[in-house]
Design a protein around this ligand. Sequence first.
Ligand code: NAD
Length: 492
Amino acid sequence: MNSQTSTFRMLIDGALVDGEQTMAVINPSTGQPFAHSPRASLRQMEQAINTASRSFPAWSRTTMQTRRALILRIADLIEEHCLELAHLLTQEQGKPLRDAQAEVQGTAAFFRYVAQCRIETQTLEESTTRHAYLQRQPLGVVAVITPWNFPLMLLAFKVPHALLAGNTVVIKPAATTPLTTLKLGELIVDALPAGVVNIVTDHNDLGDALSSHPQVAKISFTGSTATGYKVMANAAKSLKRLTLELGGNDPGIVLDDADPKQIAPGIVRAAFFNSGQACIALKRLYVPDSLYEALSHELWSHCQRLVLGDGLDSQTTLGPLQNQQQFQKVKSLLEDARQHGRVLSAGTVPEGAGYFLPPTLVLDIEDGTRLVDEEQFGPVLPVIRYSNVEQAIAMANRSPYGLGASVWASDLERARGVADQLQAGTVWINQHIDLGPHIPQCGSKQSGFGIELGAEGLLEFTQAKVININPGLGIAAQDPQKEHMNAEQTSN
Ligand code: NAD
């Protein structure tokens, strides 16, 4: 927080506004501030929630055609400004520019996909005695709260769905990566009616005010499990609808028929993508005795090909940790791991104050150590030896988390058998971190609940409502099969 001016502004009630204070945003590749962000006061947060609430009735009565067109317009604007957004994303988040571009393009693609989704009314019974239908209604104001690892992409898991369903939104990005979200606000300010999308940036101090506000009907939250507990407690006060996408400690199990050469590139990508700062990164790998040496050798050789550096450097394939706190946390886990395993770090660390950690394998380490048991969220992969597959499944399931998991094998039938026994929202086979806008994403155990993406994810932004008619009285109703929520008569 300081008195510097910010060239970025928040979006409240259809206007770009300054924060009552500003805060420095640090480039993790240099460890130095490179821009200033507005920092909202509690009053500004409340103003954003109030305006979203006031705008809800009119927005919820717009036709689906209108909403589709506006979501597509947002997708166009993101694409038109892809390079600018990607450059900013690399500076605030640290990821290599190529990955930042992919994130921006993915964000636009997810908006575009959602724009063509349908929300149907379901016929429950049409008999001479009863006509019953299940239709879907918007909820009201949705709080969209995002973390710092994929500031734009994770917003695209929530915002287009909320808007298509007829809700208004208040978006609150993480304090260390506010700028790309603010930039998006600047791009879309003239495209949407005032108050439908609001963007407020804080110093990690207004989350409680947003998630406990009585006018917020739903919270769509992505972040750590520790914060998830607080959000759930806040939501309970007024029984808000809630989707929690929380932390993970994804295991990968290699079966003894796998080919080390074939699977190593996919495993290294899954563990080191975004410098390991992905909720669904592969965070612990279980390898049978028979393949341990050969696979460790292959993994090491792929780690050595990663190039650590500033994401704006075209050679870089692995960026820094996003913030000082995360940097210190992963370093402390690595320090602890040195006492329990063989630590192999590849490449050279750039000089300077950036938050750089080299890609690291930790061999001969076991369950029960901090690095294996905690969510490490860094460019480090512990490789754990096992002697029978039941033991590996038990170790994989021992975690309180249950986000993703993967099985690596040649015999896909056998791999399916292991996948069936893993406690996770998604189990991949011979891959990890594969997502699509049509594929539901969900956590189990303490990785959260509720679903994002896919048809189920869209419905989470709606309230089910039953219409039950006695057809013996009155004149027949119109076609109930039409898309609900002020569907245009011609539909779509
Ligand atoms: P975090 O929980 O610290 O912060 C997430 C967001 O919550 C931020 O915007 C923060 O300002 C806000 N917040 C803080 N206190 C709040 C409160 N009391 N009420 C409401 N909001 C509050 O998480 P982070 O460190 O930014 O992100 C990393 C974590 O996110 C990791 O645990 C990672 O696994 C998780 N994550 C999960 C998914 C998923 O889909 N399951 C995806 C990405 C990241």
